[in-house]
Ligand binder design. Structure first.
Ligand SMILES: Nc1ncnc2c1ncn2[C@@H]1O[C@H](COP(=O)(O)OP(=O)(O)OP(=O)(O)O)[C@@H](O)[C@H]1O
Length: 320
């Protein structure tokens, strides 16, 4: 089904064989991906993986050493001035005026982007709704929280109705509540049919927002796909943690014979099982452990996530 959805989307961005070197350091190494209209695509990787460098090349801010970038059907290079109007770039650093209100900031940047009159007024209102700041539109932004400033920064990138919105780690350094409102704003963009390129080193954000995700490390895409496809790379196995006391040795032996159980480890406070289809096996596992004399105090299914995928592919934790 995912493949069918992908085929129906019009391609907005196509990146092929992108390479960037600084001296003898290859910072971006043969990177290829594409994004369709209405799709949110994530670049997930640790600091220094090369995400910002990819964004800078895609936006035409720096040239690629080799490779090609096609945006809305045309080749993108630093000289493609008109083509750049298809992009809304939201950098990590804030670019808003503290003494102006949220609305005034949007109007100022809207004029710079060529909007005027009724169109500017209407678009300012739409964007304020989209970023959830309509009720604070008349306040000077110096009174805003970090998260509200970030949302306004995103709004500025959206004003000229870009075909592709690029967000570079938009939640770094904001508190959890503000982070959630930023993520809600990004989710709302899908309803605008915009293609979104989203970089992050937070796997929860990639999982929540992105239709497809590229796992990137040391300048290379290590794997790409939907969350489900990426998780399959780990072998698609779940973990069941059984906590309790009693005859754990007999329970371990019985569970090893249960079809679908790949591995059983014994610990001080219980057993850890590696299984196919954790939710499906839960009931027989509990019955078998109880029948063998183990007194269970709690049971937990741990499903693989993108952190497990990153570890599987690179041998490192995402937040090392
Ligand atoms: N102009 C430059 N000259 C030399 N090295 C650079 C330059 N720009 C980036 N790099 C190096 O390229 C690598 C990738 O940096 P990049 O900023 O693209 O990573 P990132 O994944 O965006 O991480 P971060 O979130 O920390 O910015 C890093 O090792 C960085 O030091």
């Amino acid at each position: 089904m995912a493949a069918d959805v992908r085929m129906q989307r019009t391609q907005v961005l196509g990146v092929k064989g992108l390479v960037k070197r600084y001296g003898d350091h290859t910072v971006v190494d043969d990177v290829s991906f594409h994004i369709g209209a209405g799709e949110t695509y994530g670049l997930l990787g640790p600091n220094g993986a090369g995400k910002t460098t990819i964004i800078c090349m895609v936006s035409g801010l720096i040239p690629a050493d080799t490779g090609s970038i096609e945006l809305a059907g045309s080749a993108m290079t630093p000289a493609s001035t008109r083509l750049k109007s298809h992009i809304g770039l939201v950098p990590q650093d804030l670019a808003i005026y503290p003494d102006l209100t949220a609305k005034e900031n949007l109007q100022f940047f809207g004029r710079l982007q060529g909007l005027s009159g009724r169109d500017l007024k209407a678009r300012t209102g739409e964007v304020l709704d989209l970023i959830g700041l309509a009720d604070r539109a008349g306040e000077q932004t110096k009174k805003f929280s970090g998260g509200m400033k970030r949302r306004l920064n995103i709004g500025i990138g959206l004003l000229h109705r870009p075909t592709l919105l690029i967000l570079d780690e938009p939640t770094v350094g904001v508190d959890p509540q503000s982070r959630n409102s930023i993520l809600e704003s990004v989710e709302a963009l899908a309803t605008e049919g915009m293609a979104v390129l989203y970089t992050t080193h937070y796997m929860e954000e990639a999982e929540r927002l992105c239709d497809r995700i590229a796992i990137i490390d040391e300048g290379r895409i290590q794997a790409e796909g939907t969350r489900g496809e990426l998780v399959e790379l780990t072998g698609g196995v779940d973990r069941i943690d059984l906590h309790g006391s009693g005859n754990t040795g007999a329970a371990a032996s019985a569970l090893r014979r249960l079809p679908g159980v790949k591995h059983v480890d014994g610990g001080a406070s219980g057993l850890t099982l590696t299984v196919h289809n954790g939710p499906g096996l839960l009931a027989p596992v509990v019955a078998e452990a109880g029948g063998a004399g183990m007194a269970l105090s709690s049971v937990e299914i741990v499903r693989p996530d993108l952190e497990s995928v990153f570890l599987h592919l690179t041998g490192k934790a995402l937040r090392d």
